[in-house]
Write a protein that binds this ligand. Structure first.
Ligand SMILES: [Zn+2]
Length: 467
């Protein structure tokens, strides 16, 4: 690994088309995150980080944690975590379906036989993190993304140039044999779920246009959660860079800040030309790759994927690989990393498993509280009711502990009333509010985002304590 690092060449590329060596580049104000990326990737200087990161404790409250009875690096999600997971899956699907091209969702398997030449070749190119298993004396590799399945399927499709471009999509369980010392919950995993999109394009020009669109989408997605990326552009040839400099500059211009270029050592038969890794810099001041886009010019040939061109000849498509919002767990990592920076950490309202908690002042009001909760649920809001016999203070405290964005104390005064007192988690303030305004506020906060109903009993007394 170290050897390879020395052979790679790093340069900084700016919006005005200039290149600098990382050693001579003068970082400007606002480029602190970019400097962290350059330090780590190009200069080998990395923040050591501290003790256990804070977000791990927070994830536990949603039942998101390691599964100790599996291999290292495998996660589990309890019922609350499952709502979050499902919403992120829905969101990843929503993003690919908003691109403006047909996207065919497929579903496949996770192990591929190394006796097949394309599988073996692809595995050899991937390198040393293969998760292998042996069954009936046959060797299988667990897929490291959705590529294997989609390529193995799409080679059998009859495709005309008229069908291009199109996308193929799967939320694929994916496996990488990461070193046990490097595993990090929600980030570096041996098993993860990749919302993997491949865009099949008819030629280089077509693929460049779509690459740019995917690039914009990746950015949109991270900006929506109030974050920004710093990017590493991996390239396999200087010639490709020189010939496509103006296009690459367009990508950089869209970022509005410099990027780090990394040229891979010559002489290997790479199947890709450009691979952008989008990093956030996390609370521990480490760059963390979330999303990627890659231009693939080799796998169509390797897997025998072809389309019929206008003159009836067989042509190989160019394939763009992307996890636009990042692996599902990594997207959650970015969300949690943003949460821990807040005064009162919380998830975005659309991702909060419980969005409103009704806290009856005493058990006497449980029945009326239920009616009120059911009214709110009709507006696609996940509501629950703390009907337990605890004190009011304890119930309010629990609501805070559970990161519920809005809590409503419910008593005599609230029965049939259009006005209620709402405690907002974001600032801890209690304010009187019209019920319809609360509904409107939540709907605005969740606008354009997927919704899932509550998948657990609405009464807290009816649920086990999950964690
Ligand atoms: Zn792929």
């Amino acid at each position: 690994m170290k050897q390879e690092k020395i052979e790679k060449e790093y340069l900084i590329f700016t919006e005005d088309g200039k290149v600098y060596s990382p050693e001579e580049y003068k970082f400007k104000e606002g480029e602190e995150d970019f400097k962290i990326l350059v330090d780590k990737e190009a200069l080998g200087i990395e923040s050591k980080g501290g003790s256990e990161p804070e977000y791990i404790g927070h994830l536990k409250k949603f039942g998101i944690e390691w599964e100790p009875m599996s291999d290292s690096g495998h996660m589990r999600y309890g019922p609350l975590g499952e709502i979050i997971y499902n919403l992120i899956s829905d969101y990843s699907r929503q993003v690919v379906n908003s691109l403006g091209l047909p996207v065919y969702e497929v579903h496949g398997t996770n192990m591929f036989n190394l006796d097949y030449k394309p599988v073996k070749e692809h595995a050899d190119l991937f390198g040393d993190r293969l998760y292998n298993i042996e069954i009936d004396k046959k060797k299988f590799v667990l897929r490291y993304a959705a590529c294997h399945q989609q390529f193995a399927m799409i080679k059998d499709w009859q495709i005309s140039y008229k069908h291009l471009p199109f996308g193929a999509f799967e939320i694929a369980d994916s496996y990488r044999y990461e070193q046990s010392g490097e595993l990090l919950l929600c980030f570096r995993l041996r098993k993860f779920d990749m919302p993997d999109l491949h865009v099949f394009c008819k030629d280089l020009e077509d693929s460049k246009g779509w690459f740019l669109r995917l690039h914009r989408k990746a950015y949109e997605s991270i900006k929506e959660i109030g974050r920004d990326y710093v990017s590493l552009y991996n390239l396999t040839s200087k010639e490709f860079f020189e010939e496509n400099k103006e296009w690459i500059r367009q990508l950089v211009k869209f970022e509005g800040k410099p990027v780090l270029l990394c040229f891979y050592p010559k002489g290997k038969n790479y199947y890709w030309k450009l691979n952008i890794e989008y990093h956030i810099v996390d609370e521990m001041k480490r760059p963390r790759e979330i999303g990627t886009v890659q231009m693939d010019v080799g796998n169509a040939e390797r897997f025998d994927i072809k389309f019929t061109g206008p003159e009836g000849k067989e042509v190989r498509p160019i394939i763009l690989h992307t996890a636009l919002v990042g692996g599902l767990e990594r997207y959650l990592y970015a969300i949690m990393d943003s949460a821990v920076k807040m005064k009162n950490p919380m998830l975005p309202v659309w991702l909060s498993p419980i969005q409103v908690r009704i806290v009856p002042v005493s058990e006497r009001f449980n029945g009326e509280a239920e009616k009120f909760a059911d009214e709110l649920s009709k507006s696609n809001i996940r509501v629950d009711i703390d009907d337990r016999s605890d004190t009011l203070q304890k119930k309010v405290r629990n609501s805070e502990k559970d990161w519920v964005p809005y809590s409503i104390v419910f008593g005599e005064k609230e029965i049939g009333s259009a006005s209620i007192s709402v405690r907002s988690r974001i600032d801890g303030k209690v304010e009187p509010m019209q019920v319809q305004n609360l509904v409107k506020m939540i709907q605005d906060e969740c606008k354009g985002r997927p919704f899932r109903s509550l998948n657990i009993p609405k009464f807290l007394s009816k649920r086990p304590i999950f964690s």
